[in-house]
Design a protein around this ligand. Structure first.
Ligand SMILES: Cc1cc2nc3c(=O)[nH]c(=O)nc-3n(C[C@H](O)[C@H](O)[C@H](O)COP(=O)(O)O)c2cc1C
Length: 260
């Protein structure tokens, strides 16, 4: 039985969860990066599909929403999802469930898994020992849901609290998403920038271009922060707020995993 997993990830948490699921369920598993699948559609040919992604502003990243909206899923396909977050996903899984329901599909299982946070606008990378604890817990969580996925059985859909769903995943999410594309006006490159262009390559939506050897942001940003987190020189800042904060990426991933 074939399974297809579509993933979005900017610093590797969701990619590693997708890889762990693939390993844990066994059989034939095809992993497809959502940014690439948006450009070159990947037909759904498997009996099960998974959608794995990070939580953004207590909801679905815009790129994941666009992807699900255009995905042509044959009826009776088993659909599961895992979202990674650093603390609170609120109603993220319900957003996905509702989106799928609009095209007549059922989300059979929706799991939230906590991982180290990558939202450097609020905090820098957490200590390594603490990250390791989260990785271990995440791997256990994958082991718990893997038998259900392998057997195409329904499981729980993590819903959050009603207050979180209303306040965070509706009001704050809708407000945040309206502004997200142009938040990139605050990105800037600093002195150590050597024009290597990695920021251009890891941007999932081609929102970064080099101009006279320095990055420029083009105002159709997903706010994934890959450009900033993967810069080998640590030479990208968001205003002043990210100065001195530790960069983060999952230790099992490298920048080449994010070049589309
Ligand atoms: C723009 C943005 C918004 C985020 N919003 C949330 C959030 O609302 N709740 C949360 O728990 N984590 C939030 N995070 C943290 C990520 O969801 C989390 O670190 C995730 O595991 C990153 O996955 P990735 O490495 O696959 O990109 C946010 C991160 C970013 C970049």
């Amino acid at each position: 039985m074939k399974t297809q997993i579509f993933y979005f990830s900017s610093t590797g948490n969701s990619l590693c969860v997708a890889r762990d699921i693939a390993q844990a369920i066994g059989g034939e598993v095809e992993l497809s990066a959502i940014p690439r699948a948006l450009k070159t559609p990947v037909p759904v040919t498997a009996s099960a599909i998974g959608i794995v992604f990070p939580v953004y502003i207590w909801g679905l990243p815009a790129i994941v929403r666009r992807f699900v909206e255009q995905l042509d899923i044959p009826p009776s396909t088993y659909i599961f999802s895992v979202a990674t977050c650093d603390g609170n996903a609120a109603g993220t899984m319900l957003q996905l469930r509702e989106l799928l329901e609009r095209s007549g599909h059922v989300l059979a299982l929706g799991k939230i898994i906590r991982m180290p946070g990558n939202y450097i606008l609020m905090y820098g990378a957490e200590p390594k020992w603490w990250q390791k604890r989260r990785f271990a817990k995440a791997k256990s969580a994958v082991q718990r849901i893997a038998p259900l996925i392998a057997a195409r059985k329904p499981g729980k859909v993590d819903c959050g609290t009603w207050l979180g769903r209303l306040l965070l995943s509706k009001f704050i999410y809708n407000g945040g998403m309206k502004q997200i594309q142009t938040t990139d006006i605050k990105f800037r490159s600093t002195e150590p920038c050597n024009g290597c262009g990695l920021c251009v390559k890891v941007c999932p939506v081609r929102n970064v271009a080099l101009h006279e050897g320095r990055p420029r942001w083009l105002h159709h940003c997903e706010h994934c922060l890959a450009c900033l987190q993967w810069c080998p020189q640590g030479a990208i800042e968001f205003g002043k707020i990210t100065e001195g904060r530790g960069r983060y990426h999952h230790p099992e991933c490298s920048a080449s995993d994010f070049m589309f």
